[in-house]
Design a protein. Structure first.
Lengths: 102, 102
DNA sequence: GCAATAACTTACCAAAAAGTAATATAGTTA
DNA sequence: TAACTATATTACTTTTTGGTAAGTTATTGC
């Protein structure tokens, strides 16, 4: 963590990576099974998916629920903290849509 | 560039890096001389600063104005496209301020 | 009793991002 | 004529991030 003055730094430390905003964005519509979520994130590797959801969970942005069945079932959902990013995520998506055709 | 479905991808390709949001954020208040802007971004190296503003310029988010004097004077400012990120940047900063004390 | 299943985990390697330190520039001032 | 200035560039190295492929688990269904 940098000792910079503006809080934007803190935000970037939590969601300022390649995959985090995409994972959070796809969870806005509700909880998803691990495999389903992963398939929505085109291009992500097995390893990066697991690693990224682990970090999001540690930072309190998503929750992980394990169902004790075989084969395994795991669901991810946004926490309240995660949900509070909804505006930012939707604005970023909308901004991308606006400028995509330049 | 990934061939993902959601426009969020495009946004992340333009501003989804360590330093870009910080540089844009500090330009929200108006144009700044190169050296002044760089000093506001605590921790950034000489190289990364130049590299990052070059990319932001290429993507049309900031403008670079060179004054032909010695020693050199260069000013950076947001373009209209850059200014259109204002809400997103301020929301991210605000979000960071809200959760920083957890 | 063997394959199929979903969700990982690990070891290993490659690629990308970032840092360091030295150097260039060219007028102005001492 | 030498130092100073602000901005930038380059070569080199380190750090971080990401990818691949194989292995693990434990029950179900054939």
């Amino acid at each position: 963590m940098s000792k910079n003055n503006c809080p934007l730094h803190y935000t970037l430390n939590l969601i300022g990576t390649k995959w985090k905003p995409l994972i959070l964005f796809h969870l806005l519509e509700g909880p998803l099974r691990s495999g389903v979520l992963q398939k929505k994130i085109s291009g992500i590797s097995n390893k990066m998916f697991t690693q990224t959801v682990r970090e999001l969970e540690q930072d309190g942005l998503i929750a992980r629920e394990v169902f004790p069945v075989v084969p395994p079932k795991v669901e991810y959902s946004l926490t309240d903290k995660g949900k509070s990013l909804e505006n930012i995520l939707r604005n970023m998506d909308e901004w991308g849509a606006t400028f995509y055709k330049d």
